[in-house]
Design a protein around this ligand. Structure first.
Ligand code: ARG
Length: 475
């Protein structure tokens, strides 16, 4: 801070701190982000000290008043934080407190260490961030559900090996990503359970020497319980790792969604068109309309997995208990959560404005012999073993390729040369419509099944609204 922040550990030292080392060591420039959580944690700690008989009523009131003021100041204007040369956010808050209430401010750190303090701040932060990601995932699922609702009957060529395989409903495609995102949300919810433990009152490593009611303290911060082991509590970052890891897997899914759409927007596919509002042009080639939003989402996953690796290697082999290494947990954690948030928020904009070119999709589904399995299934219906049917249809496909036509364009006599059991009813079976309708077992692409799946997914989405959508971030 501008008024000069005395070190929170200065007493033992005579020599001045090297300027370059100070910059290397300080974390305020990034951990200032935890200021609101630090203030909340400090508020609760003051209350716990009061309950333990260490602070008088009037002292508690003054500390609370000052913490509230600091909170109001920083939410209005962060410049004091930026200008400060405090070592970290915890020292900054303490110095501000001392500026406001003098010697009383120095009492707040009684029985507390920055080690249990930072572990607590970070848990509060991760919990809030998880809630925000859950809201964003919920919103993206909403977009996908709307897309699916419009496109239950829209036929898309389904691919394996990026070769046309079998036709599917475009709604079925959208619902595939709803499922992935549901698992992502569940992983975040599961990670959230492990943030519910309060490290405050663990001291530097050995526990606090004051008669703190740690359960009451935990509850006052909205945690379920106090941590069981002080050594673990100050050095555990599993909860952060889990949040980063859930982010990475979610980003991985978003990269696949993006890649699908990037392909579908190309001239070669031409299945969808992005709205101008989420596309960019080329500085040289006037005809270009580029899917930058999707490409960035596709790429961000690398950064998020990088964060996971960074955090893993900070923790690897780290001896108990707190080590300064743990300060390096923050930037990867923040970056992973921030980047995922950006991706989750840009995608609804892309999907809500997406235009589909259903004729192109249908044409593409019609070509590429994606009804070959249907012909084999037809033969199975006529009593042939599937392997034999497969072999026969392979021959039919070869013949059709030579003639340069689709299976449905082959005259009946030609078809019958390959399999005499084939009758005129085969043509109906070779239609796209019949093809997707035939995949009617649970989880399949038959429009009837897709409609049911959509109904279930919407009901689940609606149910989740109670605890997920509440956390939707403001724009
Ligand atoms: N800035 C530190 C961190 O982020 C706070 C804890 C410092 N504790 C200590 N004993 N040096 O980890």
């Amino acid at each position: 801070m501008s008024s000069g922040s005395p070190k929170v550990w200065g007493g033992r030292f005579e020599g001045e701190q090297d300027r370059f080392f100070k910059e290397f060591n300080d974390s305020l420039r990034f951990d200032m982000r935890l200021v609101a959580h630090d203030l909340v944690g400090s508020w609760a700690w003051a209350e716990a000290l009061h309950r333990a008989g260490i602070l008088e009523d009037e002292e508690l009131e003054r500390l609370h008043g000052a913490l509230t003021e600091i909170g109001e100041e920083v939410s209005a204007d962060q410049s004091a934080l930026f200008a400060s040369d405090a070592e970290d956010v915890h020292s900054w808050v303490e110095a501000r407190l001392i500026e406001k209430v003098g010697a009383l401010g120095k009492k707040l750190h009684t029985g507390r260490s920055r080690n249990d303090q930072v572990a607590t701040d970070l848990r509060l932060f991760v919990r809030d961030e998880i809630d925000a990601r859950l809201g964003e995932i919920h919103e993206l699922q909403r977009s996908l559900l709307e897309l699916a609702t419009k496109h239950v009957e829209t036929i898309l060529p389904g691919y394996t090996h990026l070769q046309r395989a079998q036709p599917v409903s475009f709604g079925h495609w959208a619902l595939a990503y709803v499922e992935m995102l549901e698992r992502d949300a569940e992983r975040f919810e599961d990670a959230r359970l492990r943030t519910e433990v309060c490290p405050l009152g663990s001291g530097a490593l050995a526990g606090t020497g004051y008669p703190i009611d740690r359960q009451a303290l935990a509850e006052s911060l909205g945690f379920e319980r106090a941590s069981e082991n002080s050594l673990d509590a100050v050095s555990d970052r599993d909860f952060a790792w889990e949040a980063v890891s859930a982010s990475a897997l979610c980003a991985l899914h978003l990269s696949r969604l993006s890649e699908d759409l990037i392909l579908y927007t190309t001239g070669e596919f031409g299945f969808v068109e992005l709205d101008d509002s989420v596309s960019t042009g080329s500085s040289l080639m006037p005809q270009k309309k580029n899917p930058d939003a999707l490409e960035l989402v596709r790429a961000k996953v690398g950064r998020i997995f990088g964060a996971q690796t960074a955090l893993t290697l900070v923790l690897k082999g780290l001896p108990l208990a707190y080590n300064k290494d743990l300060q390096e947990d923050k930037e990867p954690l923040f970056d992973a959560l921030d980047q995922l948030s950006l991706c989750l928020r840009v995608l609804p904009r892309v999907l809500d404005t997406l235009r589909t070119r259903q004729e192109r999709m249908r044409e593409a589904a019609q070509g590429g012999y994606s009804n070959a399995t249907d012909l084999a299934d037809y033969l199975v219906g006529k009593g042939l073993p599937f392997r034999e049917a497969h072999e026969i249809v392979g021959g039919v496909v070869r013949a059709a390729i030579q003639l340069g036509v689709g299976l449905e364009d082959l005259p009946l006599e030609v078809l019958r040369q390959h399999a005499p059991v084939i009758k005129a009813d085969v043509y109906e079976r070779l239609s796209l419509r019949a093809s997707i309708e035939s995949r009617a077992a649970h989880g399949g692409t038959a429009p009837e099944r897709v409609r049911e799946a959509l109904r279930r997914a919407k009901a689940r989405h609606e149910q989740n609204s109670e605890h997920r959508a509440g956390a939707e971030p403001e724009e």
